[in-house]
Design a protein around this ligand. Structure first.
Ligand code: MRU
Length: 351
């Protein structure tokens, strides 16, 4: 399995996704600040991976928190969580993971006797590792639920990277593709390069090659032409945050694909764990959209492509209205429009 992130000897080991595919190297984080920076600079990225990395980062930070008093320890822990919560705004999984670490901390503090801070620190490490393990199992269930929707011989268009690299392993959208292949289906993938930082060209193409799943790289502006020629049977993407009505934030460009898919009567699927669903938000209008540095647009891999002084707008995500989405595939089952009721039902299913 692709080693996206792991915990080793009180450090967080991240496969460096900035270096891929040119170089396969890891970043060993011995301080929580390094994990924080790695989330911000996309060394580790993808909604579920960001959540698990933050959980591990919080566990790592807790190891060196002063614990002279329970109050001081608690304050230090809260400050740690606040720093991770400020890392990236859009992926719900980040906030979900932080809440879970807070719950673990509260429980462990209540159980521990005065001075037993080591037990609390260990509980946080155990919880982060549990989340990583659970994430892989969840993705496998998403894969099983989703592959049923994929016909043999399907030519699937995907955007960004919603694979093992974007999770603790196996992937969401690419997990569905893995599961379809493992069910004996012949699958072909078209990967959008995904400007500005090329998660499709660098990461999805690399990941699918590792798995021997046939992949053809296209630039983002080619999707409509492929659809028009009848070369795409479905679009399958991941998600960063899904509102209660099914509106879905995902990598910038996803919305355009959904509109194109609709115009060509091609099903558009979203694969995501329940931890991506934000039941507090009634629609996608309230999803916070991250804006990233101008340099990502002004340059490609450090090579400047635009004139000095040009204005830049660089939103990292867009929101696809639920009405464009044929189905949302989760570990608890498949939801369909209208999503208010079908998504809510997923939370009632034993998963
Ligand atoms: O900016 P990124 O690379 O973190 O954006 C990632 C995406 O948009 C993914 O499609 C999404 O997080 C789903 S990952 C399973």
């Amino acid at each position: 399995m692709i080693p996206t992130l792991s915990w080793r000897n009180n450090s967080v080991v991240l496969l460096d996704q900035q270096a891929l595919p040119v170089e396969e190297r890891v970043l060993v984080c011995t301080r929580y600040q390094e994990v924080l920076t790695a989330i911000k600079d996309l060394t580790v990225r993808g909604a579920p991976a960001i959540g698990v990395a933050a959980a591990m980062g919080i566990a790592l930070g807790s190891l060196s928190l002063p614990a002279d008093s329970p109050e001081g320890f608690r304050k230090g822990f809260d400050a740690l969580c606040d720093q991770f919560a400020a890392a990236r705004p859009t992926a719900k999984n980040l906030f979900w993971a932080i809440e879970r670490m807070k719950g673990c901390f509260a429980g462990a503090m209540a159980d521990a006797m005065t001075g037993e801070t080591e037990k609390v620190r260990q509980a946080l490490v155990d919880e982060a590792l549990r989340m990583a393990e659970e994430d892989v199992a969840i993705n496998r269930r998403i894969g099983r639920n989703g592959q049923i929707l994929i016909p043999d011989g399907a030519r699937i268009l995907t955007h960004c990277n919603a694979g093992a690299l974007a999770t603790a392993g196996y992937g969401t959208a690419l997990g569905v593709i893995r599961a379809a292949r493992d069910a004996g289906k012949t699958i072909q993938v078209f990967a959008d390069e995904t400007r500005p930082v090329l998660q499709g060209a660098r990461l999805t193409a690399w990941e699918l090659q590792q798995e021997n799943i046939p992949v053809t790289l296209i630039t983002d502006n080619m999707a409509g032409f492929l659809m028009k020629q009848g070369l795409v049977d479905c679009v399958l993407v991941g998600a960063d945050r899904i509102a209660a009505n099914g509106d879905t934030a995902n990598k910038i460009g996803t919305y355009s694909l959904a509109v194109l898919a609709d115009a060509h009567s091609i099903p558009f699927y979203v694969a995501a764990p329940l931890s991506t669903i934000d039941r507090q938000l009634s629609s996608g209008a309230d999803i916070p959209i991250e804006e990233r540095p101008d340099e990502e647009v002004l340059a490609i891999r450090g090579v400047r492509i635009a004139p000095v002084g040009v204005g830049v707008y660089n939103p990292a995500f867009d929101v696809t209205p639920g009405g464009y989405i044929e189905a949302i595939i989760s570990e608890a089952g498949v939801a369909r429009f209208p999503y208010e009721s079908s998504l809510e039902k997923l939370f009632l299913e034993p998963s």
